[in-house]
Design a protein around this ligand. Structure first.
Ligand SMILES: [Zn+2]
Length: 483
């Protein structure tokens, strides 16, 4: 019998929340640390680059392997009496579904995470990326932030709800998918096609935004909740010219034309998008930014006229409120003394839901044409957004406000894509909320070296996440109103 169990006649979420505030929360937190370290040691890397180009065509599933991770999750839940299914999309590509049953007063609260991680180059890390080592109060390892940390928090939420035997008004579903990092073909996309019952959900909590410290001048913590994602457009720019010797460059040589076109394109002014989401974001951030900075952020009119400099100085803030353009690939030449006959670039373009992608693309094409550069659309993903008015957001705000002074909850559009988009595309409100606080400088560690999460933040995150989910799951209403 678990030491976590409370009286069987508990009839509301309150005992659970009380429980979470007690010494038992420490036990739950210790369990989170142990589980995350174990999970990091399972190298569930998803890396198409490790396949030959032939294998990428014929056996693309070999890029990743989440089978061991899935078996580990199923085993950990099974110990707690929670049945979990392992669903294999392709050899080695395994997804996990577990469900706690409620009274069916509403559709499920779905907790969404993924078990695959991007590769890690050992030489760029201070510690073994798959060692789950603890140093100076931090757990280091690939996936600590993206996304094994959240997965562990969601597993423990299920475990704690089960242990406390809280009568649920609605089901709580845990969905840990494979293949998030390369598009979801063997993960979210596959499982939602196989199991349409997983779409019977009133709200999805997944990834998309972090809670950060060190971002606001007054030191307040920003708890970001992703209510949607920017759209993605990838363009290839290609220019061909006659080559020749490097000592006699033709004025219209390929690299020069590409660089000139890129310079114009990358310095295009992209306007601030003042939408309900970005207005709410800026208004909330304004409270934590004193003086002129704060007044600018608080006033859309002032900001529109004078504030673009303030926005552009912060790459992070800029990405949240503007379309962005970046050249991610530049290629030309392979000999030091010869002019290349071809130069190529790839533009990675992220657009707000309100932006006109076709008009932006036409503008870029127009500039490129002037320099004799051809453009080609490589990939496009539409932006997506859930309503701001949601009991899920209200519940997160309430739980965080109870726990901490000076916490600011802000809605934002995630600059990057996540599996939440599959649910939003079907009209299911989905929110990216990773409940542990990280220094804003640690955002660079996501997909980078020395990815880590602090033990204190992870422990607090488990408590907050459990409290939010228990309140949502014991409420008959989770959308369009207060829980
Ligand atoms: Zn992720």
């Amino acid at each position: 019998m678990s030491t976590f169990e409370i009286d069987d006649d508990a009839h509301s979420a309150t005992p659970l929340v009380q429980e979470l505030k007690s010494a038992r929360a420490d036990e739950l937190g210790d369990m989170a640390v142990d589980l995350l370290r174990e999970f990091i040691r399972i190298p569930s890397v998803n890396d198409p680059e490790r396949l030959s180009s032939e294998a990428r065509q014929t056996k693309p599933w070999e890029a990743g392997r989440e089978a061991e991770a899935a078996a580990w999750i199923v085993a950990r839940l099974c110990v707690e009496g929670i049945e979990a299914e392992a669903l294999e999309a392709a050899p080695g590509r395994v997804n996990v579904v577990a469900r706690l049953y409620g009274r069916g007063r509403g559709q499920a609260v779905t907790l969404l995470s993924h078990s695959d991680v991007v590769p890690a180059t050992r030489s760029t890390w201070s510690y073994d990326p798959f060692g789950g080592e603890v140093h100076d109060g931090y757990i280091y390892g690939r996936g600590a932030l993206d996304l094994k940390g959240l997965c562990v928090v969601q597993m423990l939420t299920l475990i704690q709800l089960r242990r406390a035997r809280i009568p649920l008004e609605r089901d709580v579903v845990l969905l840990v998918v494979a293949d998030e990092e390369t598009g979801g073909r063997f993960g979210a996309e596959w499982i939602l096609a196989q199991r349409p019952d997983l779409l019977d959900s009133d709200v999805v909590l997944g990834e998309g935004a972090y809670s950060v410290s060190g971002f606001l001048p007054n030191g307040e913590i920003v708890h970001a909740i992703a209510v949607g994602e920017k759209g993605y457009l990838e363009l290839e720019l290609l220019v061909e010219a006659s080559g020749g010797h490097g000592s006699i460059p033709a004025p219209d040589n390929a690299p020069r034309r590409l660089v000139a076109a890129l310079d114009r394109i990358l310095s295009m002014g992209l306007p601030l998008r003042l939408t309900p989401v970005t207005r709410a974001l800026l208004r909330r951030l304004a409270g934590g930014a004193p003086g002129l900075h704060g007044r600018l952020l608080a006033s859309p009119a002032l900001l529109r006229w004078f504030g673009s400099g303030v926005i552009k100085r912060s790459a992070l803030l800029n990405a949240m409120v503007c379309d962005t353009l970046a050249a991610t690939v530049l290629e030309a030449g392979d000999a030091h003394n010869a002019l290349p006959a071809q130069a190529r670039a790839v533009l990675s373009i992220r657009v707000m839901p309100e932006s006109n992608v076709d008009a932006l693309e036409a503008r870029i094409n127009g500039i490129a044409r002037r320099f004799g550069v051809h453009t080609r659309r490589v990939m496009q993903k539409a932006a997506n957004r859930s309503p701001l008015e949601s009991a899920a957001i209200a519940t997160i705000e309430r739980v965080l406000a109870e726990g901490q002074d000076g916490a600011v909850v802000v809605p934002l559009l995630s600059p990057a894509a996540s599996d939440c988009r599959f649910f939003r595309a079907r009209g299911i409100p989905s929110f990216g909320w990773i409940p542990f606080v990280i220094p804003s400088s640690d955002l660079n560690r996501v997909h980078g070296a020395d990815e880590r999460v602090s033990i204190a933040a992870l422990k607090q995150g488990v408590v907050d996440h459990c409290a939010v989910v228990s309140q949502l799951a014991t409420s008959a209403q989770v959308n369009g109103g207060k829980a």
